[in-house]
Design a protein around this ligand. Structure first.
Ligand code: FMN
Length: 210
């Protein structure tokens, strides 16, 4: 069975980034894909120490944390969807450290080569740096040998990058501003479904799905 792993780099579990990732996974299940969502705050990950052990070995010198659990899940998956909130027009610190810790998966040997990768982000503002955050995750996945599925398709050839959500402003009866969560950003929700369908299209093009 085809497996999709979604990795949520939000420092807050179950919030907006998780909503977007879950939308992508829910759409993928309609195509018979087995899905799993993991949240980085649930895992104890030490910092990359830049020891460069990974320049010679397909393993990290740090063995007493949860990176092994996460890397096994990545190796088992056919599709990896990265989700990070936009922090300072970039990925979250947890997501960045996670990316750093996977260095051993590509330096001595490309362990993730040929898998499909996709990215989603959620930011507070509509123009809050989402595209830079997506570019960071997509560059990482490309360097790791993944094949990127994004929002482009034959009907929307000028769309590029992954899903970018933003919080929608609401006003109560006193005129006070509050922010709705991303489940009310219908363009982002629709884009998640579209991204999932593009992932399936890529998988079919590669003969990995019927
Ligand atoms: C440290 C930090 C930096 C942030 N930087 C940005 C930013 O550059 N642009 C933006 O629009 N929102 C920014 N935000 C807001 C988050 O992107 C927003 O709250 C998002 O919904 C968080 O995702 P989550 O709900 O999955 O935790 C930042 C939030 C934090 C905590």
């Amino acid at each position: 069975m085809v497996k999709a792993l979604a990795i949520n780099g939000s420092h807050r579990k179950g919030k907006n980034t998780a909503t977007l990732l879950q939308q992508v996974l829910d759409e993928l299940t309609l195509f018979g894909v087995d899905t799993e969502l993991v949240s980085l705050p649930d895992y104890n990950l030490k910092w990359c120490t830049s020891c460069n052990h990974c320049m010679r070995a397909t393993e990290c010198s740090i063995q007493d944390d949860d990176m092994g659990i996460l890397s096994k899940k990545m190796l088992d998956a056919d599709i990896i969807i990265m989700g990070s909130p936009t922090y300072w027009a970039n990925v979250s610190a947890m997501m960045k450290n996670f990316m750093d810790r996977t260095r051993y998966m590509h330096l001595a040997k490309h362990l993730l080569d040929g898998k499909i990768g996709a990215a989603v982000t959620q930011a507070g503002m509509r123009n809050g740096g989402q595209e830079a955050c997506i570019a960071s995750m997509e560059s990482f996945m490309k360097a790791q040998g993944l094949i990127i599925a994004d929002l482009r398709d034959p009907e929307q050839p000028v769309a590029f990058g992954g899903v970018t959500g933003s919080l929608q402003k609401g006003y109560d009866e006193k005129g006070t501003v509050w922010f709705k969560n991303v489940s009310e950003d219908m363009l982002a929700i629709e884009a998640c479904k579209h991204l999932a369908r593009n992932i399936v299209r890529r998988m079919r093009d590669m003969g990995k799905m019927v």
